[in-house]
Design a protein around this ligand. Sequence first.
Ligand SMILES: [Zn+2]
Ligand SMILES: [Zn+2]
Length: 145
Amino acid sequence: MGYGMDYKCPNCGYDVSYFLGFGKLYLDFKMTCEILSELDNLINKEDLDKILSSESFIHESDEDNYENPEYLFEHVLSVRLYECSDCEKYYPLNFFRIRSKDGEIFVPRYSCEECGRELHLKKDDVFKCPECGETMDFIGEILWD
Ligand SMILES: [Zn+2]
Ligand SMILES: [Zn+2]
């Protein structure tokens, strides 16, 4: 299921919708799934280590208990909102986690198109207008299957 969030600037009238969850980006999501399951089948441990230690991934510490040593990839995917705290730009991007056989967790690393800095998952609901910098008003949420 996906959802969209609509925001409008009270100052200059700029409006924007962010589509998250699955919904519209489903194809992209499906492709990511396929890539992951392909990796699952084809890649040996050393190749995987190389990929996961590259710039494309962030190593997250794992707080869950690791239960199944045979389960290499955790296909937890959805579109989440990332932000660049310097440019105050927002990016809806695929979020997923890969769990290695050693129980380590990796998540994708994204960088800002403008400044190249690392993006972070957006934690709050405050959006600044890209045109004038005013805090935007939340207009509504759209849900779909
Ligand atoms: Zn504005
Ligand atoms: Zn930036």
